[in-house]
Write a new protein. Structure first.
Length: 242
């Protein structure tokens, strides 16, 4: 069984003009919240892999608590009392994980490709495994250098490298103990900077040119409002990329 930690504690500053004082994961896409799309996509992408979901929350956590009460979704919530960063929030959420196998997942991103295949790759390697792909959005996000077996570096604005899909498989014990314990500037710990760059991390590359949606930026949020209802309607069959 797999414990899925969904990172949903960010401030969402860039999206504020679009959604106001609302957690990104509860932003409306048509008639549904983004969280409901994410859960439906997870169910499709993981297929029959049994799992539990833990939301790592912080900013406007009370909105998420209220939504979960109203919908009676079977989801646990880990709440940050202060901004801990993505790694800090994920570590805090491990106290709610019933399983040793953990998937840490961005709470504002969906992508094409199979998480089930990536999970079985992780199980065969028994090492932390980052899901990556080649994407048309590579100039916007962190791009990784990879060798034959592991992630070997991180670059920016390098379209010939691969892009993180925002999904990391790792054991609960290693998530709690590996990487940096604190930063020199006293700010929150981040998954990329303070964990992935500090450990030997294997990778699973999704074949082909990969499509993904990051609702954390206004233009992508607008695109999601048009694309996600159609993707859900058609069983998450993503359009082929050129």
């Amino acid at each position: 069984m797999l414990s899925i930690i969904v990172l949903a504690g960010g401030l969402g500053s860039r999206l504020y003009p679009k959604i106001g004082a609302c957690p990104k994961i509860l932003s409306k896409i048509g008639d549904l919240t983004f969280l409901l799309y994410l859960l439906d996509w997870l169910n499709k992408s993981l297929d029959d892999v049994p799992s539990e979901v833990i939301l790592s929350t912080g900013y406007l956590h009370e909105h998420i608590d209220s939504f979960l009460r109203d919908t009676a979704l079977d989801i646990k919530v880990s709440r940050e009392m202060q901004q801990l960063g993505t790694l800090g929030g994920a570590r805090l959420a491990t106290s709610y994980c019933l399983n040793e196998d953990v998937l840490v997942l961005n709470g504002d991103t969906l992508f094409s490709g199979s998480l089930k295949k990536a999970y079985f790759t992780y199980k065969s390697l028994a090492d932390p495994l980052l899901v990556v792909g080649r994407s048309t959005h590579s100039s916007r996000y962190e791009c990784y250098e990879v060798d034959d077996s592991k992630v070997s570096g991180i670059e920016y604005d390098k379209p010939y490298h691969v892009v993180s899909m925002g999904a990391l498989f790792i054991s609960k014990s290693r998530l709690k103990t590996d990487g940096r314990r604190k930063t020199s500037d006293g700010k929150g710990l981040m998954m990329d900077r303070d964990l992935i760059r500090c450990i030997e991390c294997k990778y699973h590359i999704i074949p082909g040119i990969n499509e993904f949606i990051d609702i954390g930026v206004p233009d992508e949020y607008d695109r999601a409002r048009n694309l996600l209802p159609e993707l859900k309607k058609h069983g998450w069959q993503w359009p082929k990329m050129a």
